[in-house]
Design a protein around this ligand. Structure first.
Ligand SMILES: Nc1ncnc2c1ncn2[C@@H]1O[C@H](COP(=O)(O)OP(=O)(O)O)[C@@H](O)[C@H]1O
Ligand SMILES: [Mg+2]
Length: 312
């Protein structure tokens, strides 16, 4: 197969951490041809989506990536397109998903561009209210302060377009900074922010559950530094092995039909104290750590799934 991965510049890849690197390595070891490109390399001409891509080879030893020939390809001529661009979800990303609509039905699109557009990682979780913590989304400071009081004076506030823990802050009713924090995150009442009850279980970790077509591949736990609210690996959270609890399996089963229907093939749930806080769809990570803890190569299951789908 020929696979096209739309991603951040190859120079930013961390070979021992990135899930995208693991996908490239798995595909190459299974005899497939990897093409990679950046968002700006995807273009539309005469109704056909194309990409200015490069053949890409990866290695566990330096140099970890090597670029081969340039290929100007129609997306219809590759078996699958993996969209693995990290947030932010900006205008360039939005237009990418709209260009990809023109390749719908002509190749496998992972994840589905319509779902990438619709499933804001934080808001999408709220479509499963029986699994989420008490949450409001509002731009209005007085609505937010009332909510914080309602959940007992301890909450977390986050921007809707953040990732990697960026902009996520603790909100305490008795903190003299609380009003300032809310003004800051809402731009003085002009921008939506998400405010959620504080989940004390976060101290033991934020579980990342990786799903392939609605089925769990496994989970890892991200434990925050003692001096930080946030568990994200990006801000110094440490990674530990984890299993899914019975309740978390129930949660996955409840989400699965919807994820499948939307074409959300590779997804990372964030789960704190068995509550769903995020459904990561743009470029969920954690597969390398999962593989190391379990002595397996879960990335192979993803590539295998693509092989089967591409054939049928
Ligand atoms: N409701 C919450 N209670 C306690 N901690 C939270 C809560 N929501 C988020 N956090 C902490 O903040 C981190 C980042 O939040 P998250 O919603 O996953 O946003 P993102 O990962 O996109 O930045 C989490 O890993 C967790 O450590
Ligand atoms: Mg998260």
């Amino acid at each position: 197969m020929r696979l096209l991965t739309v991603m951040d510049p190859l120079s930013t890849v961390q070979p021992d951490k990135d899930t995208t690197f693991a996908f490239l390595r798995s595909a190459e070891s299974r005899g497939h041809e990897n093409l990679t490109c950046e968002v700006r390399d995807v273009y539309l001409t005469r109704g056909e989506v194309r990409a200015r891509a490069r053949a890409t080879y990866v290695s566990d030893t330096a140099p970890h990536t090597r670029l081969g020939a340039e290929h100007d390809v129609a997306l219809a001529d590759v078996a699958a397109v993996l969209v693995r661009k990290d947030p932010p979800f900006d205008a360039a990303y939005l237009y990418l998903t709209l260009l990809l609509e023109h390749a719908r039905g002509k190749t496998l699109l992972i994840n589905d561009p319509r779902a990438l557009r619709d499933a804001n990682e934080k808001l999408f979780a709220l479509q499963f209210p029986e699994w989420t913590p008490r949450t409001i989304v509002s731009a209005l400071p007085d609505v937010i302060h009332a909510f914080v009081a309602e959940v007992g004076g301890r909450a977390v506030i986050k921007p809707l377009d953040g990732a990697g823990g960026s902009g996520v802050l603790a909100l305490s009713g008795d903190d003299r900074n609380a009003r300032g924090i809310v003004d800051l995150l809402t731009g003085e009442g002009r921008r939506l922010a998400m405010v959620q009850e504080y989940l004390p279980a976060v101290r033991t970790g934020d579980k990342r559950v990786l799903l392939l077509d609605g089925e769990p591949l496994g989970a890892i736990l991200r434990v925050p530094r003692a001096d930080d609210l946030r568990s994200n690996i990006h801000v110094g959270g440490s990674v530990e092995p984890a299993e899914l609890t019975a309740r978390e399996r129930e949660m996955v089963a409840a989400l699965a039909p919807r994820l499948r229907a939307e074409g959300l093939v590779f997804v990372g749930l964030d789960v704190i104290g068995e509550r769903l806080t995020e459904v990561n769809v743009t470029s969920p990570t954690g597969i390398q750590q999962l593989g190391r803890f379990t002595g397996t190569r879960p990335e192979d299951r993803v590539i295998e799934w693509i092989e089967q789908r591409a054939r049928s």
